[in-house]
Design a protein around this ligand. Structure first.
Ligand code: GNR
Ligand code: NI
Length: 167
């Protein structure tokens, strides 16, 4: 399975709103497999298809210590929110930047699995943060959007400079 290239902020392709999957077919399952491999290799605890330049509503997540609890969500929707927590977030599309973000402490997510079956999953703590972070990507949002303009500008300049040096 190929490792996919991860787009880096401020790439405008990260701003697209991803389209729902209309049929969970072999192509979607192949995408899920490549995304999982890319996430584990990075390494990261989640990945949204938009980050690998595929604007479909598909995410993978694994917040387990042993990296053996892969979760896949197709067309995910958060149907319940509860409480609040602040966690230090990072993003594979914003490498080297970690900042606190406020999100719900507990969520209920409805999605399709890799067989096209609808399911619900309750999540709290880091898993809730990660799923919300990934669903944001599907709507063209990046966690730095929650930071001050000053911090956003600093982060953008830092990453643009890095990308220039790497070329
Ligand atoms: O690997 C990741 N770590 C992380 C840490 C705190 C909150 C969210 C995340 S998601 C991130 C992977 C990523 O960028 N997914 O889009
Ligand atoms: Ni991210």
């Amino acid at each position: 399975m190929p490792i996919l290239n991860i787009l880096r902020y401020p790439d405008p392709r990260l701003r697209r709103v991803a389209e729902p999957v209309t049929e969970v077919d072999g192509r979607v399952r192949t995408l899920l497999d490549s995304m999982a491999e890319t996430m584990y290799r990075a390494p990261g605890i989640g990945l949204a298809a938009i980050q690998v330049d595929t604007p479909l509503r598909v995410i993978v997540v694994d917040v387990s210590d042993h990296r053996n609890n892969l979760l896949a969500f197709i067309n995910p929707r958060i149907v319940e929110y509860e409480g609040m927590q602040v966690m230090e977030e990072g993003c594979l599309s914003v490498p080297g930047i970690f900042e606190p973000v406020e999100r719900s402490r507990r969520i209920l997510v409805r999605a399709l699995d890799r067989d096209g079956q609808e399911f619900e999953r309750e999540a709290e703590g880091l898993l809730a943060v990660c799923i919300a972070h990934e669903i944001d990507h599907l709507d063209g949002k990046v966690f730095v959007d929650y930071l001050s303009r000053l911090k956003q500008n600093r982060i953008r300049k830092k990453l643009e400079k890095q990308d220039k040096l790497a070329m």
